[in-house]
Each structure stands twice: as structure tokens, then as C-alpha cells.
Ligand binder design. Sequence first.
Ligand code: ADP
Ligand code: MG
Length: 328
Amino acid sequence: QATINQIAAGEVIDRPSSVVKELLENAIDAKATAITVEIKDGGISFIRITDNGCGIEKDQVRKAFLRHATSKLHTIDDLLDIGSLGFRGEALSSIAAIAQVELISKPPEAMLGISYQIEDGEEKSLTQIGAPDGTTILVRNLFYHVPARKKFLKTAATEGNYINQLMENMAMLRPDISMRFINGGQNKLYTSGNGRLKDLIYTIYGREISSNVLEINYECPLFAVTGYIGKPIISRGNRTFENYYINGRFVKSRLIAAAIEQAYKPFMMQHRYPFTVLHIKIKPELIDVNVHPAKMEVRFQQENEIYELLAGAIENTLRGKEFIPDVS
Ligand code: ADP
Ligand code: MG
């Protein structure tokens, strides 16, 4: 049983950044307004996430660590429609199957919090303690007894960089949540949670980029897009920064990436590359989701229309024009 759990867990959790992603999503689902992520050793030996969200009730703790006990999903197509980021109910059980996990949690209305320890999927202790409101989860020694998995990890520096990247993505997904990231005792990211996406672009990419972005705000019956795009004058060396979120999730889409690149094409001379942070809202029935636990790739119905409209909206923003689609 332990082996099966470890294999299954490896599907969801393949590296420290996937632990952080799952725990961040849980904190966001718990309506936290402030989240701190601390890692050591690239997250391999130590990951601690603290949030000020709704907490876990004493009698729900064991259930939270049971596989699929909390699955909210009926069909995969519900995915971009459900209000929470979590849907599989297997993150905590997967993490607990391959690491040493300690949870401290207290709902604001509870008198006492709980401390729970689980390791190899086996409960070590559950006690009541005084604790601040919210949840802290500590994950130690990821894959410590799954050497086959551990072998595939990169250096601590690289694993730490993946987590840094993830933190930046999550911060831009939720400008309304204050996020802090500490790597090896060093402050790497702090966001105020003031809700202003442009402030995050400043924090993450610096002054040169943030003072050279254009606001995009476009709506049509198929979708709506808001966010910021780099003025075509910005030179980004040979790096491209295409950030986009669909219905509140960080996803991958070839269509969106192609539309961004199409829109920038007229301006691509002299090493000018796209910079975007786009929040796209689209009717869930227009999206097909292909879920791999580690990433989420989406495809669209009415692909051509969406492609044309999005590329047009971005290009016209770059040109400083209002985009009026050619409806035929
Ligand atoms: P899922 O997020 O898909 O429901 P998880 O295994 O990630 O599955 O989490 C299981 C459950 O544990 C969640 O549904 C939630 O009820 C609870 N939970 C996990 N993390 C937190 C947290 N930080 N704050 C409050 N509740 C949490
Ligand atoms: Mg979850």
C-alpha cells in the first residue's frame, strides 16, 4: 500500500515546486490574505507555508490527508468553473506519502488549534495546542525514502529557482494577497497585497519594465482580457515573458501564446520580445482542459475567433488604438 501511494504521489508531486504549488493553492482556497513560503535547500529538506486563512477543524484534519476525500470535481470540464483551485483532494495525502509533514492549524472561531504529524502516510500524533489563526504546513525531507524520485531532482539552486518562478506567477495571479518568499533565510519576494497588478510588475521585473507597459482592457462576447503588455520599445535581450492566466488559473495554451506572438510580430525587430501579464476570463464551456497533475493545458472551442480577437486586441493596444473587431 505504501508503495502504491508513493507511486501515485509521484504523479502529483514530482519536485519541491509542486509541493509549494499545491500548498499555495490550498492557502488561496482557504481565503488567506497573507501567505509566507519559506524553503531551505531548494525545498528538498524544508518547506514551510503559513497562511491566515480559515484553518482546518480538529475533526477534519485526518480527512484532509485522505486521498480523494475532498474531491470537488464531477467532470474534468467543471475545472474552470469551480470556485476553488483544489479539486482532486489528493495533494495533502500525496505529500504526506513522500515526506515528513507537520501541520498546525486553527480556525479563527476555535479556542485551540491542532498539531498533526504524519510521515510515510502514517499518523504520528494529533494534539491540541495554542496556535495563531490559520494554517502552517511544514514539509521536510521530500522523497527521503523514494531514492528513485530523489534522483530526478536538480540542484538545490535550480529547484529553488523553480519555486521562485512559481511564487512570482502566483503573486501576479493574486495581487490582492500579500505573499512573502524566503529562500535559505533570504527574502526573495514580498508583495503588499494591495491588489495592483502594476505594482507587482514593478516588484518582480523592475522599474524599466513596469514604467514601459500599456494597460490592456478588452471585452467581447467570447472573453474578456485585462492586464499589462510591454511597449514594443522594450528590449528584453532574448527572453520572452508571456504570463497569462485563464479564469484565475495559471495554465498553458498554445493558442494564447501564438496570439501574443502574432500581435507582437510587427514590432519584433531589434530584439523586441513580448512582455505580457494577461488575466483572461472566458466561458468555461468554451474551454477543454487536459490535466496532467503538474501542469494544465487548455484548448478552446471557436479557436480561430479567439485567436483573431485576442491578437487584434493586443496589437491595437500596442499601437495605441481602440480595437474594433471586424464582425462579419
Ligand atoms: P483539495 O485542495 O483538492 O481539496 P488537498 O489535499 O490539497 O485537496 O486538501 C485537502 C483539504 O484540506 C482541502 O479541501 C481543505 O479542506 C483542507 N486544507 C488544506 N490546506 C488548507 C489550508 N491551508 N487552510 C485550510 N484548509 C486547508
Ligand atoms: Mg489542494
